[in-house]
Design a binder for this molecule. Structure first.
Ligand code: UDP
Length: 327
């Protein structure tokens, strides 16, 4: 089986590529390396360097097909940046997404798996968030992903493209074989920041908000291992034979910021220097997925759901690669 992966040099994309290779599949990666890393493209993977908004790049990549499916990860993904420069996100994510979907339709691609986000749901109500929760993003980033979901729905209706929209909650952790890990620049995510604080590689971590309506006052998130996300991407392919789908992807268990810090301390055997700070704009108190639908329809279940296991894989990668991938 051969697959096209856009953003295959990025965090979640590179872990999917590794999973496909480990299962004996072939991969063509399209990446412009604006946020991806050259060293995250594993040996044996064909690389087409370029932009998903560039039709010639896409034509060159699609020429290596036919592809069983296209996995689309390439995107801008910083909420704060999207609120400072909304049109950047509409141009990069939505405009280029339209060019990619169009090229795929013209190129005869039948299945398209899209990297979507819990940010679609804005500030949801109580309880685990299922697929019927209202789509009401409160960031331009979330809005841009919602717009791509809508474009895919229309590509399905008009052209018969089968789309799977996978709304990740908090992707975390690293490749068990140590080949890949999380390396965002700048890093904004809790687990890598907490690990670096514990390793003394950055100032004390700021805990954003201690007055949320949660048991310890800090935000609750649903952390899901990237390898479990990768597995979900491959499982939905069979399900797409029966039509397009959208799935929320998490473990169904939430952990507070302070619980994450304790997990990092337990795994690393060192304190995580931190200070209590004010809330970060736009953070909902509690985001936990219900992944009952994908479980029922594909048999998917997170296999690395324990927070300490997720943190342990992230810790191992960071200790082995204190500066991340080579610059
Ligand atoms: N967080 C924090 N300090 C940081 C970074 C994150 O307290 O330096 C909190 C953040 O407010 C949220 C949780 O950790 O409640 C997870 O944040 P992250 O940015 O990793 O993911 P998000 O939930 O925003 O997608």
């Amino acid at each position: 089986m051969r697959y096209l992966v856009t953003g295959g040099a990025g965090y979640v994309g590179s872990h999917l590529v590794a999973e496909i290779r480990d299962r004996g599949g072939e991969v063509v990666v399209v990446d412009n390396f604006v946020t991806g890393h050259r060293d995250a493209v594993l040996p044996g993977v064909r690389l087409v360097e370029g932009d998903v908004g560039d039709a010639a790049t896409l034509q060159a990549a699609l020429a290596f097909g036919p592809f069983e499916a296209v996995f689309h990860f390439a995107a801008r993904s910083l909420v704060g940046e999207s609120m400072r420069d909304p049109m950047l996100y509409f141009r990069e994510n939505v405009g280029k997404g339209a060019i990619l979907i169009d090229s795929c339709v013209r190129g005869g691609v039948r299945k398209f798996v899209f990297s979507s986000t819990a940010a679609l749901f804005g500030v949801p109500g109580e309880g685990p968030i299922g697929e019927t929760a209202p789509i009401a993003p409160v960031s331009v980033y979330g809005e841009s992903k919602a717009m791509i979901e809508r474009m895919l729905a229309w590509a399905g209706r008009v052209h018969g493209l089968r789309g799977a929209c996978l709304r990740y909650f908090n992707a975390a952790g690293a490749d068990a074989a140590g080949r890949l890990g999380e390396d965002h620049r700048p890093e904004t995510h809790l687990i890598p920041l907490a690990i670096d604080a514990a390793l003394g590689r950055r100032p004390p971590l700021e805990v954003f908000g201690t007055d949320f309506p949660t048991p310890d006052g800090t935000c609750i998130r649903d952390y899901i291992h990237v390898a479990d996300l990768a597995d979900a991407h491959l499982r939905v392919l069979t399900r797409l034979d029966a039509g397009s789908v959208a799935y929320n992807l998490g473990t169904g268990r939430g952990h507070s910021v302070l619980e994450v810090l304790r997990a990092v301390e337990a795994v690393g055997g060192r304190a995580v220097p931190h200070c209590l700070a004010g809330r970060r704009a736009g953070d909902p108190a509690n985001l936990v997925a219900s992944s009952a639908r994908i479980a029922a329809e594909t048999g998917w279940a997170p296999r690395r759901a324990a927070l300490e296991a997720i943190v342990a894989s992230a810790w191992a990668w960071r200790v082995a690669h204190p500066d991340g991938f080579a610059a």
